[in-house]
Design a protein around this ligand. Structure first.
Ligand code: EPU
Length: 422
């Protein structure tokens, strides 16, 4: 297995281009199943999760052609000849469950493997199921698979989510575009990826209002047509690279970044003493001198501080002046980076969903490994300012969500290399 070696190399400077959002692209791709006309996505990120979704859609009979080195995905679902999303693909990536709503809406039936838990939490699908059932779907769990059918077609309904789940909002929103009548989603997720999905669906002919707020109203239509849609900027990749100069010092401009995508995160960075400026090309981040100040962080659904930046923020706070308290409110087991950061000399106490980080003067390089995407990148960030060499194993987690991580960080002066495993 490949490894990444990072050596603390002083301040960073230059530009990092930010890719299209993994989590937007993973919900935009299943939207192809809603129409028999082509859907083309531009600004797609080059990631292994996108390959997994391509594999899944292809297994259902969709055609997915990757163009321009993977930045354009040309998809067509005129001939869906399989309605079973197999466990072998779904278990690799939970976002595979996003084919459920579109298949049910277009075909009237779908069989989708339950993904099972993952390293960061149990992540059930009850909210997706309740939403679709409220629209008239009959869903049964048999042999680990959800067997869903909508004999009379899906019907509009008012659905109030007990939690603003991103995936449940996406699945039900997609299904509602082809349902009969009006669907109202209450306590819907407000993430920029939901707005991006609704924008794409509208360009396919869907009638949707209120995305970006907690109440989304969808007026079902008979059919959707083809469209071309650019994937929104990846706010998590953006935040991750904004932390690179915050941790190592220096000044980096993240191209394509927008404050509106990461405002709550920027508020915390500024409290910690990092300068952030919006420019015409993106977001410029500078840490000039002095120690980072300790700040407390609580993860919340958008527009709150994103859980997907909690691990990376912890890497910054490890060397802050004072004690920071991080509360993880979205996933029950998302502190797996803490023991690895501790191996690098950090002082962190984890009690349930709360991590208390006592800032130390300096981290030291060490061999480390992580069990999820954001945890792995937090170790790379920590390595940028650590004394000596940090060797990060299980790099396949990174490939799921960060394209060209070595090239992007090298481009701003980091000392980082990928060693091919056998
Ligand atoms: N939940 C339920 N029941 C459900 C659905 C969710 O209890 O039916 C719970 C989950 O177990 C979790 C919480 O609700 O504790 C949040 O889950 P949500 O459904 O909002 O998340 P998701 O759709 O599974 C997406 C991203 C995650 C990101 C979360 C939260 C994609 C493909 N994944 O997951 O991204 O952390 O929203 O913002 O969009 C990542 O990129 O590293 C990642 C994990």
């Amino acid at each position: 297995m490949d490894q990444i070696i990072v050596t603390g190399n002083g301040e960073l400077s230059g530009e990092i281009p930010i890719a299209g959002a993994k989590n937007a692209c993973l919900t935009l791709m299943p939207a192809t199943l809603l129409s028999d006309e082509p859907l083309t996505l531009t600004n797609a990120p080059r990631l292994s999760d996108i390959k997994t979704m391509t594999e899944l859609l292809s297994s259902l009979g969709a055609e997915v052609t990757s163009l321009q080195d993977g930045q354009v995905l040309a998809m067509s679902s005129h001939d869906i000849n399989n309605h079973v999303a197999d466990y072998d693909i779904v278990r690799k990536m939970r976002a595979s469950n996003l084919v459920l709503g579109p298949m049910l809406a277009r075909l009237g039936h779908a069989v989708v493997s339950l993904p099972g838990g993952c390293a960061i939490g149990a992540r059930p699908m009850d909210l997706h199921i309740h939403g679709l059932e409220a629209m008239g779907a009959e869903i049964e769990l048999k042999d680990g698979y959800l067997h869903a059918k909508a004999p009379g077609g899906l019907k509009g309904a008012t659905i109030e989510f007990s939690f603003a789940s991103v995936g449940a909002t996406e699945n039900v929103l997609m299904a509602a575009t082809l349902a009969k009548g009006t669907t109202v989603l209450k306590n819907a997720a407000r993430e920029p990826e939901i707005v991006d999905l609704a924008t794409c669906l509208r360009s396919m002919g869907a009638q949707i209002e209120g995305d970006g707020t907690s109440t989304i109203t969808i007026q079902g239509v008979d059919r959707l047509h083809g469209a071309t849609h650019p994937v929104v900027t990846d706010r998590i990749e953006l935040g991750t690279y904004m932390l690179a100069p915050a941790i190592a010092g220096g000044e980096v401009e993240c191209l394509g970044g927008k404050l509106s995508l990461v405002q709550s995160f920027v508020d915390k960075l500024e409290q910690a003493g990092v300068e952030v400026t919006e420019t015409e090309r993106g977001l410029k981040v500078a840490r000039r001198n002095g120690r980072i100040k300790a700040v407390d962080v609580t993860t919340e659904p958008f527009p709150g501080f994103p859980t997907d930046l909690q691990a990376q923020m912890m890497a910054l706070l490890c060397t802050a002046d004072g004690t920071s308290v991080l509360e993880e409110k979205i996933f029950e087991n998302r502190f797996m980076h803490a023991p690895e950061l501790t191996r690098m000399g950090a002082s962190i106490d984890v009690q349930g969903g709360t991590a208390t980080v006592h800032g130390v003067d300096q981290l030291k390089g060490a061999p480390v490994m992580a069990t999820d995407l954001r945890a792995s990148v937090s170790l790379i960030l920590a390595g940028l300012a650590a004394e000596g060499e940090t060797m990060v194993s299980r790099v396949y987690h990174l490939d799921r969500g960060y394209e060209h991580v070595v090239r992007k960080l090298e481009g701003v002066g980091a000392k980082i290399e990928r060693i091919k495993g056998s």
